[in-house]
Design a protein around this ligand. Structure first.
Ligand code: F58
Length: 896
């Protein structure tokens, strides 16, 4: 024991060490306060650059698992034996996944910690992306790619007796989102890291993600998605970061004798704790590793003593436990707002915790120098769900920090910007005034004040225009409610749509009056994008490799410089290249066929046209248009067969063999969407069992469509459907995923299809349908002159009504909504145009199928595919982030 100090005699640090980041001065002070003997041990073992040159050499560090198989294997086995308590003899694929993830995760955390410290020291402006949804999918494969250690890990796992793909398949999707909006947030955090921005995501750590969809007797059945069954190795639970969040209660006034002013205080009635879980977000080809902080609701230790003293201990504990319900489940609606109290609670809980965290971080460096706040902080509102943040920041500044209203408001509006994702009325958030007032009494007062000052300004600019004032009021009078989109516009310095057409539409429809009030400069467009790391490199490794080879880019640098794809144009007449390109598509189709077989037991032939529509099921996305066209095709084929036309003749002169592949979830309460799913499945049952048809037509519905399935489906499609009623799809992002993977698109002139067409050329996309500018007139006509069902569609309705696909009752409401209730989504107007578009594209695809070697007749199709991919560079989410950074956030990337 001689050399060692006993604990009681150990010199102790003089400064108190806390649990959050440090400023440079604090580091110097803390470093000086730690005794030399203790420091020596820390220097010897630490891997953080915060200790600078004193830290361990790279070859000894956890980080070296990325380059060294030996180190990976050592760490892997250590995790199996210590973290998991298993051994070589009972390490199954799941344990291998957990051990491998822990191993990679350890390396990631070192990058993450170093990044956070570096960013704190640089003290630049940070972006905070507030999104109620982050649809991340799987983390391990993505981490291997971004850290560039896939080969190393594959080999190590092989040597240890595992197959990388089997191991990756053990990971459940982190499905904390519904669809496009949540996936966009996931792509954006990837780009923020990859492009070296300092940017955090803030969201909720739902215990149940989007439900698991099962198809039973053709119906959608929802099962809970308890994705945290096995603990999540990709998260760092920060149990020490706890922020109290209050609800309910009352507001009281206090007279401050010093200032003579009246101060408002909110005394909350119910308190829950927000506890942080941090997800490190690795960038591609950079050490920059940002943070995604997701909050968990936890009970406080505070007891309801009245209940307790009344002997109702159980009740008291139960009430506390209910706190956890706030982050228990993701609301499963897509483009629809349900208006439930728990949803509003989720929103405030998340917003309050996030702002508290942001403000704390700011104050640590800048004290109360509030003028600097907008130089340090940019907050992006992903749709209106986080709009209460505007109100909460105003409350913090005025009530808690004592700023004057106007000074506070100018800070607030410089910090926030708002992204709109829909023009559809049913998706625009409105909260009853009563509910807001009960849950957040002080916030309601502030909302009224914001509205009062705003309307006063409108009155000043447009004196006497009472109607304008009524229209732009944040408070709707009947029923009395708060219009969150209006509040978000008023509280932000910029508002953007997500594709050009959409951004124009919001300016001329739902937000028209605000353009008049604030001027057109406040409204801008940032066309959506996708991360090519996940949606090309990860989903389609063979195509990514072929591109890297052709671009002479062995390091795959094009993945962060996607404009380079343009160079592929020079190979569009290169026979060998086209052959390779086609063979890769064929291989991906084989993989998709295997997935279909595994999930549905249906055989589809990879040499037929794969015609895919996967996305949330919604009337506006028009899966019904697609399935009606499939029915028409089937009935026509049957008619031809009955007239003695042979299958061969049909293939030659009428229809090419194809498989129609559907997938997507319907919101559990959305009856019509569920009816569409049912119809697709029933049609599939009949067609797939029809021996006469053979491989000329197949219809499959892939259950439980999610991110990891999309990674197989997108590369395996020949043709994908983006056929929303013009003007209804804000952008769409799967259109980009399919096109980047060499699939062609059949689509309407809607959302980002417009920009895709501009980039890849009209001749490489199959557009059809009425334009957005005609929609209103057509709807009007339907209502006043009736709906004209074309003969072709009538044939389809007749068959459904004759019960060719099961009981007609089941589909009555679907047909009635078109025939008798105004056909709001213009199925009748676009049906024949859709059939025509198919005729055209089938001519291009060719009439006799094709396999991996014989693609002579596919020449034209494959060229279009190459041409499209070559021109998809614009749709990298890196480009979006650069645009937001420059035009909205005013931030620059750090030079790594
Ligand atoms: C989607 N919106 C748009 N909302 O529909 C799509 O066109 C766009 O590409 C995408 O955003 C990204 O900009 C969307 O997914 C939702 O799912 C909300 C979830 C919460 C309730 C309201 C709808």
């Amino acid at each position: 024991m001689g050399d060692y100090l006993t604990p009681s005699t150990l010199p102790q640090p003089k400064l108190k060490r806390t649990n959050t980041g440090f400023t440079p001065n604090q580091i110097i002070a803390l470093d000086a306060s730690i005794p030399e003997s203790a420091k020596h041990i820390w220097y010897k073992n630490s891997q953080l650059t915060i200790l600078d040159s004193k830290r361990k050499q790279p070859s000894d560090t956890v980080k070296s698992v990325v380059d060294s198989k030996e180190k990976f294997e050592e760490e892997f086995v250590k995790h199996v034996e210590t973290s998991l308590g298993r051994s070589m003899y009972n390490c199954d694929d799941l344990a291998a996944y957990q051990a491998a993830s822990n191993t990679i995760r350890d390396a990631l955390i070192i990058d993450w910690a170093n990044t956070q410290q570096k960013q704190t020291i640089q003290d630049g402006k940070r972006v905070y992306y507030l999104s109620l949804e982050f649809l991340m999918g799987r983390a391990m494969d993505n981490a291997l790619i971004n850290l560039k250690c896939e080969n190393n890990t594959r080999q190590s796992l092989n040597e240890l007796g595992f197959n990388l793909e089997d191991v990756l398949n053990q990971e459940p999707d982190a499905a904390l989102g519904n669809g496009g909006l949540g996936r966009l947030a996931a792509c954006f955090v990837d780009s923020l890291s990859s492009k070296n921005y300092s940017g955090w995501g803030y969201g909720l750590n739902y215990q149940y993600g989007i439900f698991e969809q099962k198809i039973i007797d053709g119906y959608q059945i929802e099962a809970p998605d308890y994705w945290l069954k096995y603990s999540n190795p990709w998260v760092l639970d920060r149990n020490e970061i706890q922020i109290p969040v209050d609800f309910y209660g009352y507001v009281y006034e206090e007279h401050d004798p010093n200032t003579g002013k009246v101060k408002k205080n909110w005394n909350g009635g119910e308190r829950v704790l927000a506890v942080a879980s941090d997800f490190p977000i690795p960038g591609y080809n950079t050490d920059n590793t940002n943070n995604l902080r997701l909050w968990n609701a936890k009970p406080t230790n505070e007891f309801d003593f009245t209940k307790f003293n009344a002997g109702d201990y159980q009740q008291s504990v139960a009430a506390q436990q209910r706190a956890e319900s706030i982050t228990s489940v993701l609301y499963p609606n897509d483009n629809f707002e349900s208006g439930k109290e728990l949803r509003l609670k989720q929103q405030y809980f998340w917003v309050a915790a996030s702002l508290h965290d942001i403000v704390r971080r700011f104050k640590k460096q800048h004290k109360q120098n509030w003028k600097k706040f907008p130089d340090q902080v940019a907050i992006q509102l992903n749709d209106t769900h986080p709009t209460l943040a505007v109100v909460e920041l105003q409350r913090i500044l005025v009530d808690l920090e004592g700023l004057e209203w106007n000074e506070a408001w100018s800070i607030v509006t410089s910090v926030f910007a708002y992204t709109n994702h829909t023009v559809m009325a049913e998706a625009l958030e409105k909260w009853p005034v009563d509910l807001v007032g009960r849950l957040l009494p002080r916030h309601l007062e502030i909302i009224y004040d914001i509205n009062f000052f705003f309307l006063k300004e409108v009155e000043r600019k447009f004196p006497g225009d009472r109607d304008l004032i009524r229209r732009v009021s944040i408070i709707d009078e009947s029923p009395k409610s708060v219009k969150m989109a209006f509040l978000a516009i008023v509280g932000s310095h910029k508002v953007n749509g997500v594709a050009e057409l959409h951004s124009e539409l919001i300016k001329t429809t739902i937000f028209k009056d605000f353009v008049k009030v604030f001027g057109a400069e406040k409204f801008t467009n940032v066309t959506n994008g996708i991360t090519p790391r996940r949606w090309l490199r990860q989903a389609n490794p063979k195509l990514a490799a072929l591109i890297a080879e052709k671009l002479n880019d062995p390091e795959y640098d094009y993945l962060t410089n996607l404009g380079k794809l343009k160079q592929l144009e020079q190979f569009v007449d290169d026979e060998d290249f086209l052959k390779q390109w086609h063979a890769i598509k064929f291989d991906n189709k084989r993989k998709l066929a295997a997935l279909v077989k595994e999930l549905t037991d249906i055989d589809i032939d990879p040499s037929v046209l794969f015609d895919v529509q996967v996305k949330r099921i919604h009337e506006y996305k028009r899966q019904q248009l697609n399935i009606f066209a499939v029915i028409y095709r089937y009935l026509h084929i049957k008619e031809l067969l009955s007239k003695g036309v042979t299958i061969e003749e049909i293939k030659k002169n009428y229809y090419i063999p194809k498989a129609s592949i559907f997938g997507g979830k319907a919101a559990p309460g959305y009856y019509m969407a569920k009816t569409i799913i049912h119809l697709i499945n029933k049609v599939g049952e009949v067609i797939n069992a029809d021996k006469e048809i053979g491989n000329l037509l197949k219809v499959v519905f892939i259950p439980d469509y999610n991110v990891s399935k999309a990674e197989i489906i997108c590369p395996g499609s020949d043709l994908s459907n983006h056929i929303s009623t013009a003007g209804t799809e804000a952008s769409g992002t799967s259109n980009m995923k399919f096109a980047l993977n060499g699939g062609l698109i059949i689509g309407t002139v809607d959302g980002a299809n417009v920009e895709i067409t501009r980039e890849i050329g009209e001749e490489n996309i199959f557009l059809f349908g009425n334009l957005a500018e005609s929609v209103e007139e057509l709807r009007h006509k339907h209502v006043f002159e009736g709906v004209n069902v074309p003969e072709t569609l009538q044939v389809v309705f007749n068959a459904i009504e004759k019960e060719v696909f099961g009981p007609a009752d089941e589909f009555k409401s679907l047909i009635d909504s078109i025939r008798y209730h105004g056909d709001y989504y213009l199925v009748t107007d676009d049906f024949e145009l859709f059939l025509d578009a198919h005729k055209k594209l089938e001519k291009v695809y060719g009439h006799d199928g094709g396999d991996a070697t014989d693609r002579g007749h596919l020449q034209e199709w494959v060229k279009k595919s190459v041409w499209s991919v070559a021109n998809m560079g614009f749709f990298s989410s890196d480009r979006c982030i650069d645009e937001y950074a420059e035009n909205i956030w005013n931030v620059e990337p750090s030079n790594q």
